[in-house]
Ligand binder design. Structure first.
Ligand code: SAM
Length: 280
C-alpha cells in the first residue's frame, strides 16, 4: 500500500507551515474547541453524515492532524455494522418475506461472509500532529483499523486506486500547490471513489461576514496567545483562511483536477463549505 518514504522531516522543517503545526500540535484540540466554540465538531459530524460510509469502506484522511475525521469514520461504520448485525439477528428470529428474499439475494451475491473490515489512514505532513493523534487513539482504545502515515498531500506515499473515500478537513488551504494535491487525491482514489473536503470559505451574509471578520482577526490570535502562548501561528491560520478560494472557485479547481458531479454545501452561512466530487 505505502510507497517508499522520503525523509519528510529533512525536506519540510524549513517550511513555515510545518513550523506552525509543530508549534500548535499540543494545544491543537483545545484550541479547535475554543476558537470554534465547539462548532467544528458539528461540521465534522456533517461531513460524516454526507459521506454515510458503509462497512468495508477504506478511508484516506489527508492533513488528518490528530485524527478527528478518522475516529468519527470508524465509529460511524462500526455503528452501521452493528445495526446491520441486529437486523440480521431479528430476521433470523422473526423472518418476514422481505428478510427472506434479501437473505437469498445476499447468498446469491456471495455476501454471507460479510464485508471486510473498514480501515482509516490518517496522513499528515507533520509528525508532531500525528504523535498527538496516536496518543489520543491509544488512550481512547481506538486502534483497530487505524494507521498513521507521515506524508505530503502533494506527493502521497500510496499506490494508485487504493481508497474509497478521500477526506481533507481544514487542511487543503495549508497546501502550497492545491491543484497538485487534488491530482494526488484523484490518483489514490478507486474508480467510483469520493473526494470530500471541509474547509473555511466565504461567508455569504454581509452582516455575519463583518462579525466573523472581527472575531477571526481579533479574537483568534488572542486566544492563541492565552491558550498556547503563540499569537503568530494563529494569525497565520486566520490569514490562510482569507486567502483560500471561495466556494465556486474551489469547485472549479476540483473539476479541473478531473472529478465529476462536484457539489458543495455551505455550513454556518458559508463559514465552512463541504465540497464533494467523484472519480469515474
Ligand atoms: N484535519 C484535521 C482536523 O480537522 O482537525 C487537522 C487540520 S489542521 C488545521 C491542518 C493540518 O494540515 C495540519 O495537521 C498540518 O500539518 C497539515 N498539513 C499542512 N500541509 C500539509 C501537506 N502539504 N500535506 C499533508 N498535511 C499537511
Amino acid at each position: 500500500l505505502f510507497k517508499s518514504k522520503t525523509n519528510l522531516k529533512h525536506c519540510l522543517c524549513s517550511l513555515p507551515v510545518y513550523k506552525v503545526f509543530e508549534n500548535v500540535a499540543h494545544h491543537y484540540d483545545t484550541m479547535n474547541d475554543a476558537m470554534s466554540l465547539g462548532i467544528h465538531r458539528l461540521w465534522k459530524d456533517a461531513l460524516l453524515h454526507a459521506m454515510h460510509p458503509q462497512p468495508g469502506a477504506q478511508l484516506l484522511d489527508v492533513a488528518g492532524g490528530t485524527g478527528d475525521i478518522a475516529f468519527r469514520f470508524l465509529e460511524y461504520v462500526r455503528s452501521q455494522r452493528e445495526r446491520q448485525r441486529r437486523r440480521a439477528v431479528r430476521a433470523v428470529q422473526t423472518p418476514s418475506w422481505r428478510d427472506i428474499s434479501s437473505s437469498y439475494s445476499s447468498e446469491e451475491d456471495g455476501e454471507e461472509a460479510g464485508p471486510r473490515e473498514s480501515g482509516a489512514v490518517v496522513c499528515d505532513i507533520n509528525k508532531e500532529m500525528l504523535k498527538v493523534g496516536k496518543r489520543r487513539a491509544d488512550s481512547a482504545g481506538v486502534t483497530a483499523g487505524l494507521s498513521w502515515v507521515a506524508g505530503d498531500a502533494e506527493e502521497l506515499p500510496f499506490d494508485d486506486d487504493q481508497f474509497d473515500i478521500y477526506t481533507v478537513a481544514f487542511g487543503i488551504r495549508n497546501v502550497t500547490h492545491i491543484d497538485q494535491a487534488l491530482k494526488e487525491a484523484l490518483r489514490v482514489l478507486k474508480p467510483g471513489g469520493r473526494f470530500m473536503c471541509l474547509e473555511f470559505s466565504k461567508v455569504t451574509n454581509p452582516v455575519l461576514a463583518r462579525l466573523y471578520d472581527a472575531y477571526s482577526f481579533n479574537v483568534i490570535p488572542a486566544l492563541g496567545e492565552v491558550i498556547a502562548a503563540d499569537w503568530k501561528s494563529y494569525q497565520y491560520l486566520v490569514e490562510s483562511i482569507r486567502k483560500f478560494p471561495d466556494q465556486e472557485e474551489f469547485k472549479f479547481m476540483i473539476e479541473d483536477a478531473g472529478f465529476f458531479c462536484v457539489k458543495y454545501y455551505n455550513l454556518t452561512g458559508g463559514v465552512v463549505a463541504l465540497h464533494s466530487g467523484f472519480k469515474l
